[in-house]
Ligand binder design. Structure first.
Ligand code: NI
Length: 160
């Protein structure tokens, strides 16, 4: 495993659309390992492959309940709404309150190329929406007016 460089700010790769993974190969396993190590090293709770410069539809998340690896994730249902603070490992030093669905149903492959479904609420649901946005070239700041972006003195909540 190795820690990858996290792409930041105006890096164009953060604005590109990641491509589906056609087959789960050993190279994909290695990428997921590296993504998890990079996320934990940065003390984040989620990381999408775009953030390490790889345009594949891969996400790792750990909101405190263990590592979740998502290959070709698809949000198939969204309901309710929640507003809460978000930061991003690719946008250090800023955060802001973002409105998201409060509940999502997600379908993805696991490492064995089996389809798995997740029902998510709260922080897990928020993190899924934030990371799937990354795969589509969307950043959380896209939802905010400039006046709604909070600039921090210290890097504290740059977690996704
Ligand atoms: Ni992020």
């Amino acid at each position: 495993m190795s820690i990858r460089i996290i792409r930041k700010g105006n890096d164009p790769v953060l604005r590109q659309i990641a491509k589906p993974v056609p087959r789960v190969t050993p190279a994909v396993h290695k990428l997921l390992d590296d993504m998890a190590q990079t996320m934990y090293d940065a003390e984040g709770i989620g990381l999408a492959a775009n953030q390490i410069g790889i345009l594949k539809r891969l996400i790792v998340i750990d909101v405190g309940d263990g590592l979740v690896e998502l290959i070709n994730p698809e949000i198939v249902e969204m309901s309710g709404s929640q507003v809460g603070p978000e930061g991003c490992l690719s946008l250090p030093g800023i955060h802001g309150d973002v409105e998201r669905a409060s509940h999502v149903k997600l379908r993805a492959w696991n490492r064995q190329e089996e389809t798995v479904e997740y029902e998510a609420d709260g922080m897990f649901a928020r993190c899924i929406q934030h990371e799937v946005d990354h795969l589509n070239g969307i950043l959380f700041t896209d939802y905010l007016k400039p006046s709604e972006i909070v600039y921090e003195n210290r890097q504290g909540s740059d977690t996704r």
